[in-house]
Design a protein around this ligand. Structure first.
Ligand SMILES: [Zn+2]
Ligand SMILES: [Zn+2]
Ligand SMILES: [Zn+2]
Length: 427
């Protein structure tokens, strides 16, 4: 039997489990490591996924938002940095601002992402796009089958009897505050069984190049209509992907222009622990009416939040819930998602970690309860109640001890990982 009476302060401390690095460095480190394993397993096998997935066509694709007006950008190729937005001397926008920017911006220039002219910039269109991005993504996964069927000369129904497209994706904010998606696609054979252990390679002819053509075709054609902003609006607005579509093949060697499973998993897992941090600000919480006018964020970000708040008042746009997601600049979708058969789940990885921790503490024996029965025995009746006391620590001293111990543990893990990598390379 267990009682918190025997614990210090008569409370049991539990990890918060927050995925965001700005909220909890410890829990986000675990989340990132789990995400890496989950993503890598879908590309190279392991964690219950057969290693034969290495031979499946696999792509890493970045979908971006269209332009909503020029913003300060760093343009570089290798060591050469190009001017931000070249323009003719004296050229002005309708608001009298210079029509371009000749600066060669540093990577940490705080102006990156900021519109050249705040009044020319279509902040409203951008937050509407962010709000529709989740729908645009799910419609893309449907269009992908349609495009692949067309390229293979099959009906969509026939194609779905042959192959399945497994995926994992994560959302990231660009500096300008538009969301974009990094996605992993893997082509499998269509199998009846739903578990990731049973995935099989697709039939001959379904190669990565074909999948790439289908992705490009789907991305170019898919569109989601936006609800009418005004009743007498003459045109229907639609959300589409931007022209920038980056498609990379995932291969075993990760040769020039290609990526290895580890590179892709590492890249995507990093973004799984972030939200709006890329903008140089952290909007952690839902905002209220009074927060909107008093935000400690760059002016252009505040403008996007205000656009959410204003458009959120339109009854026709209610389904987009722009006010609820104002702190996310309109995006209310999931940050990371995966299809069912892509690979293992975060829940499975967590359970495995708990089981491992118990085994390590008590030796390799079966964990027993107070009556010497297996701990997961269904005959045990569990009676008890938990009450939430609060978050954080009782004193600043305790908080400091915990934070520094956690930082040391993370550092030790990082060094161990690095040593593992260098010794593997040496061998
Ligand atoms: Zn935590
Ligand atoms: Zn500039
Ligand atoms: Zn202007």
């Amino acid at each position: 039997m267990y009682s918190t009476d025997r614990e210090p302060d008569a409370t049991l401390l539990k990890a918060c489990g927050n995925r965001r690095v700005s909220v909890c460095p410890s829990c986000s480190a675990t989340y990132q490591a789990d995400s890496f394993q989950l993503l890598a397993a879908g590309l190279r096998g392991g964690k219950g996924v057969p290693e034969t997935v290495k031979a499946h066509p696999r792509l890493f694709v970045t979908f971006t938002a269209p332009s909503f007006g020029p913003v300060h950008t760093r343009r570089a190729q290798g060591l050469r940095v190009f001017p931000c937005h070249p323009y003719r001397q004296g050229q002005r926008c309708p608001h009298g601002r210079p029509a371009g920017c000749w600066q060669h911006h540093d990577p940490d220039d705080p102006r990156l992402g900021e519109p050249l002219c705040a009044r020319c910039y279509q902040a409203g269109a951008q937050v509407l796009w962010n709000a529709l991005a989740g729908r645009l993504w799910s419609r893309t996964t449907i269009y992908l089958y349609r495009a692949l069927a067309q390229l293979a000369g099959l009906t969509e129904a026939d194609l779905r009897r042959l192959v399945r497209i497994s995926f994992a994706k994560v959302a990231e904010y660009q500096k300008r505050g538009a969301v974009h998606f990094h996605a992993i696609f893997r082509l499998d054979a269509a199998t009846v069984c739903g578990c990731p252990a049973c995935v099989l390679p697709p039939p001959a002819g379904f190669i990565a190049e074909l999948l790439e053509r289908a992705v490009r075709q789907a991305a170019a054609t898919v569109a989601v209509p936006c609800p009418m902003v005004d009743d007498d609006q003459a045109v229907t607005l639609v959300a589409r992907w931007g022209e920038q579509l980056d498609v990379r093949h995932v291969t075993e060697t990760g040769d020039e222009g290609e990526l290895s499973a580890e590179q892709v998993a590492g890249y995507v897992a990093k973004y799984a622990t972030k939200a709006t941090e890329a903008l140089g600000v952290t909007l952690d919480q839902r905002l209220g009416e009074h927060d909107v006018d008093d935000l400690d964020v760059p002016a252009y970000v505040a403008e996007l939040v205000r656009a959410c708040w204003e458009l959120g008042a339109h009854p026709s746009l209610r389904s987009l819930r722009l006010r609820k997601w104002a702190h996310m600049l309109g995006f209310g979708g999931h940050f990371s998602t995966k299809s069912r058969r892509y690979s293992t789940t975060l829940g499975t990885l967590r359970r495995a970690r708990v089981a491992y921790a118990i085994r390590r503490r008590r030796g390799d024996t079966l964990p027993l309860d107070a009556w010497c029965r297996p701990e997961d025995d269904q005959a045990v009746l569990v009676a008890g109640s938990w009450a939430y006391v609060g978050s954080g620590y009782q004193t600043t001293g305790e908080a400091w001890l915990a934070a520094s111990a956690a930082a040391r543990a993370r550092e030790a893990r990082r060094i161990a990982k690095e040593e593992l990598r260098t010794t593997t390379l040496a061998a």
